[in-house]
Design a binder for this molecule. Structure first.
Ligand SMILES: Cc1ncc(COP(=O)(O)O)c(C=O)c1O
Length: 272
């Protein structure tokens, strides 16, 4: 697992008793060579190559090849979690691991949570040929949890061209909301934070410049009804701290400003 990495995937793996090896990331995503060094015989690697969760960088081409070769040689699996790859505001995406996967070791997972809405509870996986029977069997045990009606509606929504129009519209809207939120944070919190993450996705990470506790600031801020995350809860790296902030529902300047002032007050309470 990437370190930092998606907190709910980590918790789920812990819950099923998996032995988790955390692999540090840098500006090119997971440091695959370190992963191989520390866990050569891992059964599974879980990665977010198009937009690292939560830091936002892209897994480089050479590391994609390195990871695929590792899985091919070791008969290991890779989960490619492409949870928000639709939201790129500049540049072109690199080819997915799945599309480069000559060994058929990649389980590609996507979700409509961010492109439509989370309570739809609809996602999809593209599985290696060898796993189709296993997936079909396991899925039949979860029958109660999926709705054909929602799938049919989403199918028509895509087939009739509405989905791609919707994505184009949301890309422009979210790019604006990202700008609005980050600008407001920079104006109000000035040199307390630094937003370093790439301009993609539906959230960014604001690094804390002073030695403040992201957990305490987040807890104090979220008491007002917000739902941001503390980066240090997503990592074993004690040096990393920051605020993971979703911006897609920040619909105007007034909302951005009042949320930012609430956040500044959480900083002030911490330093009081
Ligand atoms: C890293 C990551 N993976 C997967 C998901 C998909 O979650 P779901 O489809 O269960 O809503 C999310 C949602 O936020 C995510 O952030």
């Amino acid at each position: 697992m990437e370190d930092p990495g998606y907190i709910y995937a980590t918790k789920l793996l812990e819950d099923i008793g998996a032995e988790i090896i955390r692999v540090p990331v840098d500006d090119d995503g997971m440091i695959v060579s370190l992963g191989i060094k520390n866990a050569e015989n891992a059964k599974l690697a879980i990665v977010t190559p198009s937009h690292h969760s939560p830091l936002g960088m892209t897994l480089s081409s050479s590391r994609r090849v390195e990871l695929l070769n590792w899985a091919g040689v070791n008969d290991s699996w890779i989960v490619e979690d492409d949870y928000d790859g639709e939201y790129r505001y500049s540049g072109y995406p690199l080819p997915s691991l799945k599309s480069l996967d000559q060994y058929d070791r990649v389980i590609y997972a996507g979700s409509f949570s961010k492109t439509l809405f989370p309570s739809l509870r609809l996602g999809y996986v593209v599985v290696p040929q060898k796993l189709v029977d296993d997936f079909t069997e396991k899925l039949s045990l979860l029958r109660a949890n999926y709705s054909f009606k929602a799938q049919l509606i989403v199918n028509d929504f895509i087939a009739e061209g509405h989905f791609s129009k919707h994505l184009n519209k949301m890309r422009a809207l979210y790019a604006e909301r990202r700008e609005l939120t980050s600008q407001c944070l920079a104006d109000v919190l000035e040199d307390r934070i630094e937003i370093t993450t790439t301009k993609n996705g539906t959230h960014f990470v604001a690094k804390l410049r002073n030695n403040e506790s992201d957990i305490e600031i987040v807890n104090s801020f979220n008491k007002l009804g917000y739902g941001i995350h503390a980066l240090s809860n997503w990592t074993t790296d004690t040096v990393r701290n920051g605020l993971i902030i979703g911006f897609t529902n920040v619909s105007n300047k007034k909302i951005a400003e009042s949320a930012t002032i609430d956040l500044r007050n959480a900083f002030l309470r911490f330093n009081a």
